[in-house]
Every structure is written in structure tokens, then in C-alpha cells.
Design a protein around this ligand. Structure first.
Ligand SMILES: Cc1ncc(COP(=O)(O)O)c(C=O)c1O
Length: 385
């Protein structure tokens, strides 16, 4: 096996979850998904596709109808994007891997802003890249970007900058000014930006277009920018494995070739479900976002009331990321919480060394009372320390 693969860290979130699997007394908030099933019209579209016998290979870059629907959806939120720049992928994670395969050679320097979902750092490492991290800094429980530190880290030697905002796990979101500064800087250094914007619609601040600031609002089509998206979060479709990339025209042919050699195509019935999700998006996504905001607003004040907990409400995403004062190794804490309190959280260590002592709580819960019960368990556990 290649050394880069050998060196990959096993998922610490899985390590905690494995300790609690099969225990129905555990309240689990460790994974980044809602416990709500995909809306009925979306499931129905897949069923009808299968009943029509759509069980064959399809275009590498996706069904033309879905590429057009995604282009319309994107263009309604941001400056117009042509369908020829859209590649349909087998989930957001596949979209991100394709982008990294297209852009990163072994030995290339890649900069990532952390703490971040671990896949984003692992993917360039798989390609043999030299991955450097620029850490966000916590101020009163909220994470902020040191723009100067980022500009110092991204030089003409930097092939790719990876940014995930709204961010998993911190809820940190780039401001428009920060985006402009990053884009300007990367234009000068010749660095590609891989913007993971899968949480763009899960944004709780008031905005004109109902989503977080996107690099697509600023960039020209030929800028060195690739944006990764997913149906998972905004349409409750984690298990379907459907996402997309927005790429410059010069990259689309190469992405098509890479899709051939990775997955060949996303399955047709899944893509039909994607078309239905976009058609019903005006009902589905605002409801998902309103519910998530309500969940956040139940959880965060309760957490903030616990002694030793430092937390700020996330501006976007589906996570409360909080620090437990007096506890260093959050992997150990997360395992003890499962064993001793029946509470399943993700350890901050999974997202970068700067998040040691932090825990991530996914608040996408159909029943907000589960969140209340979870906080009670945490409170009791802390009181017994
Ligand atoms: C930041 C981020 N990007 C991308 C993904 C990928 O999502 P999916 O592969 O389900 O589309 C996730 C999933 O949790 C995520 O948190």
C-alpha cells in the first residue's frame, strides 16, 4: 500500500460511534445528518425512474436535464452559471475528491483552513500533497479567520487553497470582504480555490438570496475556482450520494474523464430524485433551514448555561461546536460520554489539533426534545465530575 494511504488517520468520529453502536440507550448526535427521511416527492421520483427501467449507465457529467436544473438553481442564487460548467457527482465527497484529483500532483503544496471536516485534508494527502493548515482562532466560543496569517501561508508555491464555509464543525462563515481578499490574493499567487459550499443554504443570518456568501458571487467563469455542492444537507438526501461541481469551462472535460475512471456516472434514478429535489426545493430547503435554526436556538442557550461550556451560535451549518473547560483530550471525553452518560458527540480532535478540548453536536434533530434530553445528560455527567 502507498505510504500516503498508510498514514491516513482513521476517523475519530467513527471511533467514538463504534463504541456506541448497537446501544439504543445512546442519544447520538455524532454524524452530520438529519434524522428526517428524504421528502416523499423526491423518493417518488426515484421509484418512478426505477419502474421505467432506468437502470443503465449514463453520461459521465450527469443527465443534461439535471445539469440544466442545477445551473438554473445556481443562477437563481448567484450570477448566471452555464450548464456546461456543471458536473454531477456521486455526493459532495466525490465532488471534492474529483476536484483534488484534477488539480493536485504529488508534492504540491495545499493550504487548508482548519478546524475542518477531516475528508478535506485527507483528500489532498491521498494525492501525495504537502498539506499545510491555517487555524481559525476561537474568540468567546466563535471561530475567526486571521486573514494576514492566511495571506502569509498562501504563496506562489501554493497550488490549492481549501476553504469550507459555512464550516463543519465550527459554523464559521466567510464574510464577503474576506472572500474578496482571498480571491484577490489567490489571483496574484496563481492558487486554485476549492470552495466547499455544501452548507451554503443552511445559513441563519438574514441575506437577500437566502444563502451564505459564495465565491461564485465574486469570481469570473475563468477564475481558478472550483465550488463543491451536495444534495445531502439542503434536501435531506445524505444516503443518495448526489452532489455537483461548478468548474471553469477549461476544467469540465478533464472532470468528465475523471468521473469515467472513478464512478463512471451517478445512477440515473438518483439523478431523477435530484431533479425532483430541485423542483420542490422552494418547499423543502426553507423548511429544513427554519427547523435547524429552531434546533440551534434550543440547544445553544442550554449548553451555554452549563458550567465550563463555551459556545457561540453557529451562523451556518448544523453543528454546535463547544469547548469544555478543563478537558484536554476530547476523543477521550467523547468516549466517556458514550459509556458513562449515553450521549454521542463528535470529538473536536477529529477536525484539527486546534480543536482539542472541543466537541461537535449535530443539532439536526427531528424532535428538538432529544436535544434537551442530551443536554440534561451532559449536565448530569459534568456535575458528577
Ligand atoms: C464540509 C462538508 N463537505 C462535504 C460533505 C459531503 O457531503 P456528501 O458527500 O454527503 O454530499 C460533508 C458531509 O458531512 C461536509 O460536512
Amino acid at each position: 500500500m502507498r505510504q500516503a494511504i498508510h498514514d491516513l488517520q482513521a476517523s475519530k468520529i467513527r471511533e467514538v460511534a463504534n463504541a456506541g453502536l448497537g446501544r439504543d440507550d445512546v442519544l447520538a448526535f455524532w454524524f452530520g445528518e438529519s434524522d428526517e427521511v428524504t421528502p416523499e416527492p423526491v423518493r417518488q421520483a426515484a421509484i418512478e425512474s426505477l419502474q421505467r427501467g432506468e437502470t443503465f449507465y449514463a453520461h459521465n457529467l450527469g443527465l443534461p436535464e439535471l445539469r440544466s436544473a442545477v445551473a438554473r438553481y445556481t443562477s437563481a442564487l448567484h450570477p448566471a452559471v452555464d450548464a456546461s460548467r456543471i458536473a454531477i457527482t456521486s455526493g459532495g465527497v466525490n465532488a471534492l475528491m474529483l476536484a483534488v484529483q484534477a488539480l493536485v500532483d504529488a508534492g504540491d503544496e495545499v493550504v487548508a483552513i482548519t478546524p475542518v471536516w477531516p475528508n478535506l485534508v485527507a483528500q489532498p494527502a491521498i494525492m501525495g500533497a504537502d498539506v499545510r493548515c491555517v487555524a481559525l482562532r476561537p474568540v468567546d466560543g466563535a471561530w475567526t479567520l486571521d486573514l494576514d496569517a492566511l495571506r502569509d501561508a498562501v504563496t506562489p508555491r501554493t497550488r490549492l487553497l481549501i476553504v469550507n464555509a459555512p464550516n463543519n464543525p465550527t459554523g464559521w462563515t466567510l464574510t464577503r470582504d474576506e472572500q474578496r481578499a482571498i480571491l484577490d490574493h489567490c489571483r496574484v499567487t496563481g492558487t486554485w480555490i476549492l470552495a466547499d459550499e455544501v452548507y451554503e443554504r443552511l445559513y441563519f443570518e438574514p441575506t437577500a438570496n437566502g444563502c451564505a456568501p459564495s465565491f461564485l458571487d465574486l469570481a469570473a467563469p475563468e477564475d481558478r475556482l472550483v465550488v463543491a455542492h451536495s444534495f445531502s444537507k439542503s434536501f435531506l438526501m445524505t444516503g443518495w450520494r448526489l452532489g455537483w461541481l461548478v468548474v471553469p469551462p477549461s476544467l469540465i472535460e478533464g472532470i468528465g474523464k475523471l468521473i469515467e475512471f472513478n464512478t463512471s456516472c451517478a445512477s440515473v434514478f438518483t439523478q431523477r430524485a435530484g431533479i425532483a429535489a430541485l423542483a420542490h426545493g422552494d418547499e423543502i430547503t426553507p423548511r429544513v433551514v427554519a427547523h435547524l435554526k429552531a434546533c440551534r436556538d434550543v440547544l445553544v442557550p442550554l449548553l451555554a448555561d452549563l458550567p465550563g461550556v463555551q459556545v457561540a451560535p453557529a451562523r451556518g451549518g448544523m453543528y454546535a461546536f463547544f469547548r469544555l473547560e478543563g478537558f484536554g483530550d476530547s476523543l477521550d471525553v467523547a468516549k466517556r460520554l458514550v459509556a458513562e452518560a449515553g450521549l454521542g458527540l463528535a470529538p473536536g480532535d477529529a477536525f484539527g489539533p486546534e480543536a482539542r478540548g472541543w466537541l461537535r453536536w449535530c443539532f439536526a434533530s427531528r424532535d428538538p426534545q432529544r436535544l434537551v434530553h442530551g443536554v440534561e445528560r451532559l449536565g448530569k455527567w459534568l456535575a458528577a465530575r
